[in-house]
Write a protein that binds this ligand. Structure first.
Ligand SMILES: *Cc1c(COP(=O)(O)O)cnc(C)c1O
Length: 354
């Protein structure tokens, strides 16, 4: 039975992308060889990498604006240290909105002074801090646009002259933003763009080259830019599947089109959580994420019934993160509206049983 995949990551990808990806593993575009057995310097793969880099900038509306797109390895976790390695000379600011922000802060502390400009830790990260002061002498301010674990999302970003660095791992390509307000964006592929194994980095070239420390080549954005994201062997499969997913999104009408679908999916589940007394939302209403909806069951005795109903309907991956508990329905770009409908139907059926 086909499952309804609400996994927080690695996540669901479009069926059409899965089909093309599996074909390319057997044979890439009729060339008689597999995608994963040809040289990354072959004209076929160079074209794939160039297309992936161009699509990323095109979807974000950042073409010809001084940005470069890179597909690197090491996950978003590598970016926690790479951003600081390349951009932190003396002092940087971080907004602490959860586990991923904290991990970024821990790595950055190895490279300079870190100011936690705001935090929602005391309230187990149920909300996004707002209206905080940003010191003007920061090398950059680091934000996490969507907090995958708690289900919170920045709806507006701080206005500041300080360069903005943003971890967009779990909401990249999900909503329209003025992406030019950011100087560096990174996103592990496996939440909303592709399979695990590559990380998209979009960097404004003029923020590079300003720190005094020596940077090893593999850690140096400038090296990866100079080598067109091919300094060493790239993760060819992950880049290819990411490229297919971005092409799928472009064909669908780009971020504007998917944002509308994502809003409909989110409002369907959030209105059920609000109206149904058996469930209660976890994240603060004004900050709740369109990607990851977190919620509890108010009557513990109904938990087993709900779990069984979900299982029977083929609903997969909705257990909350162990640090939050409850449930988390992740509704990334490729999750069909129909899957959200199935979940919401079960939630309202449970109300009748309760
Ligand atoms: C999953 C996630 C990460 C970690 O990504 P890896 O690719 O596993 O290192 C970082 N930030 C956010 C917001 C995430 O959701």
């Amino acid at each position: 039975m086909k499952k309804h995949n609400f996994s927080a990551g690695p996540c669901i990808l479009p069926a059409e992308v899965m089909r093309k990806a599996s074909e390319a593993v057997l044979e890439l575009d009729g060339i008689g060889l597999s995608l994963i057995e040809i040289s990354h310097r072959s004209k076929e793969f160079v074209a794939i990498m160039e297309k992936a880099r161009a699509l990323a900038l095109e979807l974000l509306g950042l073409e010809d604006k001084g940005y470069q797109a890179l597909f690197l390895q090491g996950g978003a976790s590598m970016q926690f240290l790479m951003t600081a390695f390349n951009l932190l000379d003396k002092k940087a600011g971080y907004v602490n909105t959860g586990t991923w922000s904290q991990k970024a802060i821990k790595e950055a502390r190895l490279f300079g002074d870190i100011v936690e400009v705001a935090s929602s830790q005391k309230d187990n990260f149920k909300y996004i801090p707002k209206g905080f002061d940003i010191p003007s002498d920061l090398d950059y301010l680091h934000l996490t646009s969507n907090n995958t674990i708690y289900g919170t999302q920045f709806k507006e970003f701080p206005k500041t002259d300080v360069p903005l660095v943003c971890d967009m791992s779990s909401d990249i390509f999900s909503r329209q933003l003025d992406f030019s307000q950011f100087d560096l964006i990174y996103a592990g592929a496996q939440k909303n763009m592709g399979p695990a194994g590559t990380t998209l980095v979009v960097v404004k070239e003029d923020i590079l080259g300003k720190v005094s420390r020596k940077i090893p080549s593999m850690m140096d954005y400038s090296v990866h830019v100079a080598k067109d994201s091919m300094f060493n062997t790239p993760p060819v499969f992950a880049v290819y599947v990411s490229m297919l997913t971005m092409q799928w999104l472009k064909d669908l009408g780009g971020i504007a089109a998917i944002e509308e679908i994502n809003e409909r999916k989110a409002s369907l589940i959030y209105s059920e959580i609000e109206l149904n007394p058996v469930f209660s939302g976890i994240a603060a209403k004004e900050d709740r994420s369109n990607m990851n909806a977190t919620f509890n069951i108010t009557d513990d005795e109904l938990k087993d019934v709900f779990d069984e109903m979900c299982k029977e309907a083929g609903i997969s991956g909705i257990n909350g993160h162990r640090s939050v508990g409850g449930y988390r329905a992740s509704m990334y770009n490729a999750l069909p509206m129909e899957s959200v409908g199935v979940l919401v139907d079960i939630m309202s059926e449970l109300e009748k049983k309760g």
